[in-house]
Design a protein around this ligand. Structure first.
Ligand SMILES: C[S@@+](CC[C@H](N)C(=O)[O-])C[C@H]1O[C@@H](n2cnc3c(N)ncnc32)[C@H](O)[C@@H]1O
Length: 440
């Protein structure tokens, strides 16, 4: 890096925008880059993003290490010192940055703090980092990845998936995930895998290990593909709509699932309550050369003139299934959010059911690992509405994803599930249920 401190100051600002201002990762990164402007080179920006994201992924382990090394409370008043330590340990243990660079920069940053008691902590910062560097092997192994999952969240996962699977999930959440692409022309997966330097997945997506800036990739300008995690592509596939079918996509923006239906030749109406997100949706469709009707409204009150035999409800949720890409999610959500979101999902599900014609198909999905947002929603719906039945999803519809099919025919993908035994990289956690209406 041109200036070895500037990237680290920017990484500190990036981290604090997420942890203190509760900004989503992408927004925090954009704001940080805008603030530093030309002072950050392209390499600096990549370093800032990698450092901040790695630090967030390991946050629980990092804090356990710091607490192991000092009894000084590095809480509210000294939180910047804690953040400087978190970032420096990340560099030492998880980024192979030479010790002199990681330690000296952290000490210098501590010395520049406004508050004199923070400045006095520089001796402690130096001592902790030197110790962790000396005992790298111990510190790398003693603190388990499970520490990175907040207690309430971990307890909810253990209750549903068991501790063995949660350990696997915790490990999967540490890795920088690959990028998956859905294709406009699904028959061209082999060619696109070659062009993008990736591999074909069993569902027809292409997976690229280290893709770099997507707007610079082959096929972006021409709208030949869009970025979509392989798990996120399953709901629209399982809806089963064919060319010419009328599809209602409730909660449609930014449009990954709508694009799948349009690629099949369906006639889609896309509803979203956010005008801002629907503008982004329209930009995405325009790049892909697709067009469809869009409606800015609350899906809970939307009433179409003509019924839709296929409805997709990709409901707003906690997004705990997307933590591979968004490690900040676990720091921004709490149990009360899950309760509030479950109420919104229930209302949206009831509204979708009320406009589903007899014999129609509804896919309900959420990018969540939480029971309340997935299985509990469907169990409660089936018990309060006897006209609704589940249409179980079967293994032959989901080649390669068999382990995600639940006994009752719903689907729950998990971060450590791989699209095939020989294809690593995991996938987002998605819950999917397919339903039909048997009578009016
Ligand atoms: C999980 S995202 C949808 C992702 C999208 N289906 C895709 O594949 O790209 C949820 C969307 O629901 C929208 N939303 C939230 N509450 C809504 C409501 N009551 N009515 C309509 N849209 C809503 C949000 O604006 C957001 O765009």
């Amino acid at each position: 890096m041109a200036n070895d401190l500037i990237g680290r100051w920017a990484a500190l600002a990036f981290l604090e925008r997420i942890l203190d201002e509760h900004l989503p990762l992408d927004q925090a990164f954009e704001q940080t880059c805008r603030f530093y402007g030309d002072k950050l080179t392209v390499q600096d920006r990549a370093f800032v993003r990698h450092l901040g994201t790695s630090c967030l992924r390991h946050l629980g382990q990092l804090d356990a290490m710091i607490n192991h090394c000092t009894t000084t409370k590095l809480t509210s008043k000294k939180k910047t010192v804690r953040n400087i330590l978190r970032l420096a340990i990340t560099q030492l243990l998880y980024m192979q940055v030479p010790a002199h660079a990681a330690v000296n920069s952290a000490v210098k940053m501590t010395d520049k703090q406004k508050n004199s008691s923070d400045r006095h902590a520089k001796g402690m910062v130096n001592a902790i980092l030197r110790r962790i560097d000396r005992e790298q092997e111990k510190f790398s192994t003693k603190f388990s990845p499970g520490l990175n999952i907040p207690k309430w969240l971990k307890a909810s996962w253990v209750a549903r998936y068991g501790s063995g699977q949660v350990d696997d999930m915790a490990v999967a959440l540490l890795a920088e995930p690959p990028l998956d692409f859905s294709l406009k022309d699904q028959t061209a997966a082999k060619q696109w895998a070659e062009k993008l330097g990736g591999i074909e997945l069993p569902n027809g997506s292409v997976r690229v290990e280290k893709a770099g800036p997507v707007a610079q990739l082959d096929g972006y300008e021409e709208g030949q593909w869009w970025v979509q995690d392989t798990a996120a592509s399953l709901p629209a596939t399982l809806l089963g709509a064919k060319s010419g079918d009328r599809v209602l996509d409730l909660c449609a923006a930014p449009g990954g699932k709508t694009a799948q239906s349009l690629a099949k030749g369906c006639q889609v109406t896309a509803v979203d309550q956010s005008a801002r997100r629907l503008r982004r949706f329209e930009e995405n469709m325009s790049r892909l050369g697709f067009s469809c009707e869009t409606v800015v409204t609350d899906a809970a009150t939307y009433s179409p003139d003509e019924p839709f035999p296929f409805i997709l409800l990709d409901a707003p949720c906690s997004s705990t299934g997307t933590m591979r890409r968004h490690p900040e999610v676990s720091r921004m959500r709490g149990p009360l959010d899950i309760t509030a979101l479950a109420e919104i999902q229930k209302n949206l599900l009831d509204a979708a059911i009320s406009i589903l014609p007899v014999g129609g198909r509804l896919i309900y999905c959420v990018c969540s690992l939480q029971t309340e947002e997935g299985p509990d929603q469907i169990a409660a719906l089936l018990s309060r509405n006897e006209k609704i039945q589940r249409v179980p999803i079967t293994a032959d519809e989901l080649t390669g994803f068999g382990q995600a099919i639940m006994d009752n025919g719903d689907v729950q993908t998990l971060p450590h599930h791989n699209p095939a035994a020989n294809i690593p990289g995991g996938m987002d956690g998605f819950f999917i249920s397919r339903l039909t209406k048997t009578s009016d």
